[in-house]
Design a protein around this ligand. Structure first.
Ligand code: ADP
Ligand code: MG
Ligand code: MG
Ligand code: MG
Length: 416
């Protein structure tokens, strides 16, 4: 691939550079009338909203470095290719849940897609106290469909191996997750930071042998269990929603990994939003009511995931692990049910472990979340983060003993 022509976009050059694209002219109208603004709230890439007389689109371009750190952290432009490949697959597996893709330009590491409007990034809605009544259902369906349909339960062996090989190429981003999520929070890594006042708990985490053993185990699951194509970065900043619609964006970290990773990261971000509520609503009753919504959403997400995964198991188990010849075909329907229950129990246990890792890294690692970062009262922020860390540690250490989403929610409710 010839990247000599690569040049980062800016708002003023975009109409000139993309004004010949039929996919954009159809949607927007003539390039002379385009209005461009950079969104720029992500960690890694350039994102522009382009508005024309007929409509609007989003253009996303990878930079040869990580935007959050700067040019000192070089990063492969190929991530735009993997984002495009992943969004195409995830969109086919759960139609309507990703933005429509308009074009991909490999040399410019650039993709254009549907402008989601009036959608809001989910964590922004959480901070504003806006309820998204369908969020849990939509995410539960999305997780079941994408994780099942990308796995050996669904895919035939040749396609599956080819896909695994393709996404193995996204190793640089997999390596970032391995370090930032599973190692850095538990050692003195140069990019770590935490709220003043948390020095004691940060150093306690670095000395916590049981927690570090859990981190090693979860890292091994993440790195070695190539169970399905994951989104790989499914926090609530990668979800845009309205009260009636939910979309998943930003799939550049896509890789083959364990199902529980996407589920656990998503649940962790709902729980963290609940722990942060007091920092966004002075009225304790309002904060409590919004927490109820967030925990109910976590409950709906998991129960919907289980129900939809079970439905797909019954009707679409056509892949390498299909296995209906072992049980149903020989008159043993109970055998199939046991296999399903065993699998779901393992996803649940993984999800709890990964949730514990995600919580640790969002408070002690490099990339923090807006729900905590925007709490101006540093003392209050630190107190809320401290409680959240204790909860995350509990999840990681007790992942084999927490039997249900109700039990996990009860822990969140009483520890926050
Ligand atoms: P990064 O990989 O840098 O995190 P994202 O894909 O998360 O980039 O996009 C950054 C921000 O741009 C999002 O938080 C959202 O505000 C906005 N954005 C991205 N894609 C769209 C879209 N299709 N429609 C509307 N806004 C979008
Ligand atoms: Mg993002
Ligand atoms: Mg972002
Ligand atoms: Mg991203």
């Amino acid at each position: 691939l010839d990247r000599t022509a690569y040049l980062a976009l800016d708002a003023s050059s975009l109409p000139r550079r993309l004004g010949g694209r039929p996919e954009l002219l159809d949607r927007l109208g003539p390039a002379e009338a385009w209005q461009v603004r950079e969104v720029g709230d992500g960690n890694l890439n350039l994102v522009f909203i382009v508005e024309g007389p007929k409509g609007s689109v989003v253009v996303k371009q990878a930079l040869p470095y990580a935007r959050v750190v700067g040019e000192s952290w070089p990063m492969s432009l190929d991530r735009a290719f993997f984002e495009h490949e992943a969004l195409s697959r995830l969109g086919a597996r759960d139609p309507g849940r990703t933005p429509e893709l308009l074009f991909f330009d490999p040399a410019q590491a650039m993709l254009a897609m549907e402008h989601l409007t009036p959608h809001k990034v989910a964590r922004r809605a959480f901070m504003a106290g806006e309820e998204l009544p369908l969020l849990g259902t939509h995410l539960g369906l999305y997780l079941a469909r994408t994780l099942f349909r990308g796995s050996d339960w669904s895919m035939p062996t040749t396609a599956r191996k080819a896909d695994l090989a393709l996404f193995a190429g996204n190793a640089e981003l997999a390596g970032i997750t391995e370090e930032l999520v599973f190692s850095d929070p538990f050692k003195a890594a140069p990019l770590n930071r935490h709220t003043p006042g948390l020095d004691d708990i940060a150093s306690a985490f670095r000395a916590d042998r049981p927690l570090k053993l859990a981190a090693v185990e979860m890292k091994a699951r993440f790195a070695t269990c190539a169970e399905t194509l994951l989104h790989g970065d499914l926090h609530t900043g990668s979800v845009m929603a309205t009260p009636t619609d939910t979309r998943v964006i930003d799939a550049e970290f896509a890789l083959y990994g364990p199902m529980g990773f996407d589920v656990g990261v998503c649940l962790a971000n709902l729980w963290m939003a609940a722990f942060a509520q007091e920092g966004h609503r002075a009225d304790a009753r309002a904060a409590g009511a919004y927490c109820e919504f967030l925990l109910a959403t976590a409950g709906i997400l998991w129960r919907t995931f289980e129900a939809e995964f079970s439905r797909l198991w019954a009707h679409e188990r056509t892949g390498i692990l299909g296995g209906s010849d072992l049980f149903d075909a020989q008159g043993d329907e109970a055998g199939t049910k046991v296999a399903l229950a065993t699998h779901l129990a393992s996803v649940w246990q993984d999800a709890l472990g990964f949730a514990g890792m995600e919580i640790s890294r969002r408070i002690l690692g490099l990339a923090h979340i807006a729900e905590f970062e925007t709490i101006a009262d540093i003392g209050l922020r630190g107190r809320l983060e401290r409680r959240t860390l204790a909860f995350g540690r509990h999840l990681a250490l007790n992942r084999r003993q927490i039997p249900s989403i109700e039990a996990a929610n009860l822990l969140a409710e009483t520890q926050r």
